[in-house]
Design a protein around this ligand. Structure first.
Ligand code: ZN
Ligand code: ZN
Length: 335
């Protein structure tokens, strides 16, 4: 079968002919029909990490059940399914509490083990989720980033009419805008640098958007929210944005950091003086993934703007170039 393979000894990825994977008694063998290119795939594309093995990348995948192991009883051939990324060991103290995303021995589909940017993939049955009738396979590839946004927003208790700042209108941020507006009924301000993305945030219901290249986001937020937002959701990868969140959230408010910041210089004064609560959120678990599929099925989120950029698997190089050019919001490959 054809698969997009990452060789960690060099930059980039390549399309290779490889044998289809085996499946264990507890695994489902899936014919992949659509797979999204995630920000983490772009990071892996650019990565060179000596010592690591080759893997097939791709975790935002949807397809049909082609076969399954003898211990799998909950699926039949042809079922439309999507897969959640975190495979916990099930026995460490975190898995025991349901925090598979925090597992001591965490494996991630398409990140640490073979994924689905290929014609077929084998996945443990517990990570396979049935797709509701009303959800297309392309839409189902968005359940992964949507589940990340859901978990992040659920770290804090956002109420109707709460002011929520969403920093960064990327896929995670734009999906969070939709949940904050349409599900949680909050009031939303979005900060970013790109006019096209800010326009999309408006289209998804944001009450205000700020281009931080043109306006001071902190002053803008303090002004619009009468002294500070209740919550901030940071999904930019920029330390400056996290600092902006600290300075524009009200006393005792909460901030959720969705991106991995390493070694940044940041002014922590408001965190202490204003008794801010800062949460980190990484990935998601089965529950949020099912919630994501359910919300997509109920048309609570509009994914039309996310599913338009589709490339055949063979044009993976064009697709990655397109994703890296940051045109469109999301890029999808079809094996
Ligand atoms: Zn992803
Ligand atoms: Zn574990």
């Amino acid at each position: 079968m054809l698969a997009v393979v990452k060789d960690f000894s060099r930059k980039g990825v390549s399309l290779e002919e490889v044998p289809p994977p085996d499946f264990s008694p507890y695994e489902v063998f899936i014919r992949v029909r659509a797979v999204g290119i995630c920000g983490s795939d772009v990071r892996i594309f650019n990565q060179v990490a000596g010592g690591k093995k080759k893997i097939i990348i791709g975790h935002e995948l949807a397809g049909e059940v082609a076969d399954f192991g003898e211990k799998v009883h909950s699926f039949k051939k042809g079922d439309r399914v999507a897969t959640s990324i975190c495979i916990g060991c099930a026995i460490c103290r975190y898995c025991r509490k349901g925090y598979f995303n925090l597992c001591d021995k965490l494996e991630e589909i398409g990140i640490t083990i073979d994924g689905g940017m290929a014609e077929y993939v084998s996945v443990p049955a517990r990570n396979v989720h049935r797709i509701p009738e009303s959800v297309s396979l392309e839409e189902a590839t968005l359940a992964d980033p949507l589940a990340c946004s859901i978990r992040g927003l659920e770290m804090v208790s956002i109420q109707k009419d709460s002011w929520v700042t969403i920093l960064g209108p990327g896929t995670i941020g734009l999906l969070a805008v939709q949940i904050a507006k349409r599900v949680l009924r909050a009031r939303v301000i979005v900060t970013g640098t790109r006019e096209d993305r800010l326009a999309l945030a408006k289209e998804f219901g944001a009450d205000h958007v700020v281009n931080i290249n043109q306006e001071d986001p902190v002053r803008f937020i303090l002004d619009k929210t009468d002294g500070g937002a209740d919550f901030a959701f940071e999904a930019t990868g920029s330390g400056k944005a996290l600092e902006d969140a600290f300075f524009s959230t009200k006393r005792n408010g909460s901030i959720v950091a969705m991106t991995v910041h390493k070694q940044i210089q940041i002014n922590m004064e408001p965190v202490i003086r204003n008794e801010l609560k800062v949460y980190g959120s990484i990935c998601y678990n089965y529950k949020e993934f099912d919630q994501a599929l359910d919300l997509i099925g109920k048309k609570k989120v509009n994914l039309e703007r996310f599913t338009g950029n589709v490339f055949p698997l063979k044009e993976y190089d064009k697709a990655f170039a397109f994703a890296m050019s940051r045109q469109g919001v999301k890029t999808i490959l079809k094996p």
